[in-house]
Design a protein around this ligand. Structure first.
Ligand code: MF3
Ligand code: CO
Length: 248
């Protein structure tokens, strides 16, 4: 169901989003060669609990961790591992914060140590594409405007948008309607309205857009082994335009 949030509900989701953004800033300070994604996962869980929040992904549909940690060719839903990150790796940390029942969802890709020029370009393009999509999150716009803007930016740089995962409405549960596709479609989709809160979370591959599923039943990775990057914000649609609730 598409729910419209009151100003108070959006304020509470914004509080959850600010905490999530602060947690991402802490992660950025901690990520370096030798640190493992399990270290990061433990840090995030403790940080959120200490601030009176809950890592909503833990236990969601049986998902076992506070974060998703997707390294290099992993697209999303990577399991945190007890294996040190190396210089040159890129890693996407995705989490959902529940603060007093209000949710916020944001993923960010980090470079570890010194990363390649190609990885940097993929990261820059994906972040730019996210912001192109966010610009379209306005009352009376269509969900398809978001996907068109994102895919156009990504294609202009020769990269490809993953089609198997989508953004979504958020609150009261993690995944609500409407679905936010990150690519062009022949349909307009859903009309955006003031009070909707959605995630926009393009996953962009350096090579083929296709993915394969790991044996753990969760982790998606690129079929050709190319790098994949993701940035995600939770965005409220307001009369004065898109309000990013997870801005760092
Ligand atoms: N944060 C993820 C998303 O953007 C949620 C993944 S569900 C989980 O939709 F169970 F894997 F955590
Ligand atoms: Co999401």
């Amino acid at each position: 169901m598409v729910t419209l949030k009151s100003e108070l509900e959006i304020r509470k989701m914004h509080e959850a989003g600010r905490l999530l953004a602060a947690c991402h800033r802490e992660i950025k300070r901690r990520i370096r060669p030798g640190v493992s994604t399990l270290d990061i996962d433990r840090f995030v869980e403790e940080y959120l609990l200490k601030h009176g929040a809950y890592p909503e992904q833990k236990g969601y549909k049986g998902y076992p961790f506070a974060t998703c940690a997707s390294v290099n060719d992993e697209i999303c839903h990577g399991f945190p591992r007890n294996h040190p990150l190396n210089s040159g790796d890129i890693v996407t940390i995705d989490m959902v914060v529940n603060l007093d029942g209000a949710l916020a969802d944001s993923a960010w890709t980090y470079g570890v140590g010194r990363i390649s020029e190609d990885a940097r370009r993929l990261m820059n393009t994906t972040l730019e594409a996210l912001y192109c999509g966010i610009e379209k999150a306005v009352p009376c716009g269509w969900t398809s405007d978001i996907g068109t803007a994102i895919e156009s930016r990504v294609e202009s740089q020769g990269f490809s948008v993953v089609r198997d995962f989508a953004g979504h409405g958020i609150g009261p549960s993690i995944h609500e309607k409407p679905q936010i596709l990150h690519f062009r479609t022949p349909f307009k989709g859903t009309m955006l309205k003031e009070g909707m809160v959605i995630t926009i979370e393009p996953m962009v591959n350096a090579g083929s857009p296709l993915c394969t599923m790991d044996e753990n039943g969760w982790t998606a990775r690129t079929v050709d082994g190319s790098l994949s990057v993701q940035y995600e914000h939770t965005v409220a649609i307001t009369a004065s335009g898109p309000l990013i609730l997870t801005q760092q």
